[in-house]
Design a protein. Structure first.
Length: 243
């Protein structure tokens, strides 16, 4: 039986902290952003099936990545998270390849996520905010699996981590592990290829609200305001399904 849980995120959604919590559990194979790394770097190193701890296999094609994730999930429950600044067309061309996964999503209010994105990448394009890509994939996953995907609100997660994670675990068939809500700060090796995006997660020891005093916001920058107005409806549709 394949047990693969996907967490699809837009950038700056607290998703890396969520992945860090999943690592802390100790009972899952955890994979960090295989599709982002494949898109950015042309290949991605994933844990080897049946190998020793730390063994990896390098893949350079999205179909091979999905097949390998399924093999990992047949060996041991597997969790991966990815961000949707990109539209991964392969998923839409091959919905059968993701039909056996459990699909979950995490969203943060665009009035917070978009200024945070700008702080890391000031020249990002509107589509890279990711909410429109998220909603399209949400609909695809629902159609492919016949199940409404789980949606996590980052604001609710930060306000009440224990209750939100417990509800998430119940929905995806995992035991709730309260001790995993705290971890030691530090960079993970798999974060290094795109390290500038994971500075906050590396410094964290649990779920805490990110900075909210951004020098540029959707209220005072016309470009970011346009991005916000474009993506807000997609955020609101996803939020209507949140835990």
């Amino acid at each position: 039986m394949v047990h693969v849980i996907a967490l699809w995120a837009h950038p700056r959604s607290v998703s890396t902290a969520f992945l860090r919590m999943m690592v802390e559990r100790g009972d899952l194979t955890v994979v960090h952003e295989p599709f982002v790394l494949l898109t950015d770097h042309g290949s991605v190193a994933l844990p080897a099936v049946g190998g020793a701890d730390g063994d990896t296999v390098t893949l350079d094609e999205p179909g091979a990545v999905l097949s390998h994730l399924a093999l990992l999930g047949a060996e041991r429950p597997t969790f991966f998270k990815d961000t949707l600044e990109y539209h991964y067309q392969y998923l839409f061309d091959h919905p059968e390849a993701i039909a056996g996964f459990q699909h979950t999503f995490i969203i943060r209010h665009p009035a917070r996520a978009i200024p945070s994105h700008h702080l890391v990448k000031p020249d990002f394009a509107c589509h890279e905010a990711g909410y429109e890509h998220q909603f399209a994939l949400f609909e695809l996953a629902w159609q492919a699996t016949g199940r409404c995907p789980v949606v996590v609100s980052a604001e609710r997660l930060l306000a009440d981590p224990a209750a939100t994670v417990a509800a998430y675990c119940a929905r995806v068939g995992l035991p709730f592990v309260p001790d995993a809500l705290r971890w030691r700060p530090g960079e993970r090796p798999e974060w290094r290829p795109n390290a500038r995006w994971h500075v906050d997660a590396s410094a964290s020891s649990g779920f805490r609200a990110p900075r909210d005093d951004y020098p540029v916001t959707v209220d005072d920058d016309p470009r970011l305001r346009r991005y916000y107005e474009h993506h807000l409806p997609f955020y609101e549709r996803l939020l209507s399904h949140a835990l």
